[in-house]
Design a protein around this ligand. Structure first.
Ligand code: NI
Length: 207
C-alpha cells in the first residue's frame, strides 16, 4: 500500500524573530503530504506551546508539567507517515547521538496527529525503534486538537484508497526550555548534526 512518494524537500527557511514577544515564523518544507505551512499569521503575537494533557506509551496520562527540568524537543506527526516523520525522528535520534552526554538535558517528544491509529502502545513502540529516549504521546481527539492549537500545528487527514489515509501536517521541531517556554523552532529536515548544533546553545544555559 505504501507507494512512497518522492520527497521534495525545498531548502527551508525557518526565519524566526523574537522581538518584544512577537514571533514571526516562516516555513519550511514542500511535499505532497507535508505541505508548505506558514505559521506567521497564527503565531504572530501568540505564545507557542502551553499546558497539555496527553497519554504516554504506557497508557498513562501525562501533562506538560511532567517534563519540566529538561529541554523539550517537540515534534508532531504520526506513525503511519510514509517518509517525513520517520526521517525527522531519525534526525532527532542522530542529534541525540551527536549531543553525547548533553543529550541528558533533552527530552524529545513525538506527539501524534493521528490518535485514531496511534494508540499509546503503537506510538510507544514506534518511537523506541528510533531511540528509546524519545517519548511518544497520543490522546483523545480533543487533547490532540488542543495541543496542536497551542503549537500552531496544522494537521488534516486526507482520504486515500481502501479506507486508508494520510495526514497532512506541518513538520517543525520546537525547543522548549526547562519551564516549558518556547525557545526556538527549526525544520525537521535538518540533519542530526544541524539539530544538535541548534540545541547545544540551550543545554548549558539553564534557561
Ligand atoms: Ni509525517
Amino acid at each position: 500500500m505504501t507507494a512512497i512518494r518522492r520527497v521534495l524537500l525545498v531548502a527551508s527557511i525557518a526565519a524566526l524573530l523574537i522581538a518584544g514577544g512577537m514571533l514571526a515564523l516562516m516555513m519550511v518544507e514542500t511535499r505532497a503530504n507535508h505541505p508548505t505551512a506558514t505559521a506567521s499569521n497564527s503565531t504572530a503575537g501568540a505564545a507557542v506551546g502551553g499546558p497539555f494533557t496527553l497519554v504516554n506509551g504506557d497508557g498513562k496520562p501525562v501533562t506538560d508539567r511532567d517534563y519540566r527540568g529538561k529541554l523539550l524537543l517537540v515534534y508532531f506527526g504520526y506513525t503511519f507517515c510514509p517518509d517525513v516523520c520517520p526521517t525527522t525522528l531519525n534526525n532527532i535520534a542522530q542529534a541525540l547521538v551527536q549531543l553525547g552526554t548533553q543529550a541528558d538535558a533533552v527530552t524529545p517528544v513525538f506527539i501524534s496527529v493521528d490518535p485514531k491509529r496511534d494508540t499509546p502502545k503503537v506510538i510507544g513502540s514506534y518511537v523506541k525503534s528510533f531511540d528509546p529516549r524519545i517519548v511518544g504521546l497520543t490522546g483523545s481527539d480533543a487533547q490532540i486538537a488542543a495541543v496542536a492549537k497551542e503549537y500552531h500545528v496544522y494537521y488534516a487527514p486526507q482520504p486515500g484508497q481502501n479506507g486508508d489515509y494520510l495526514v497532512d501536517h506541518s513538520s517543525l521541531v520546537y525547543i522548549m526550555d526547562r519551564d516549558g517556554k518556547f525557545l526556538k523552532v527549526f525544520a525537521g529536515s535538518l540533519s542530526g548534526v544541524e539539530m544538535a548544533d541548534a540545541i547545544k546553545p540551550f543545554v548549558g544555559s539553564g534557561s
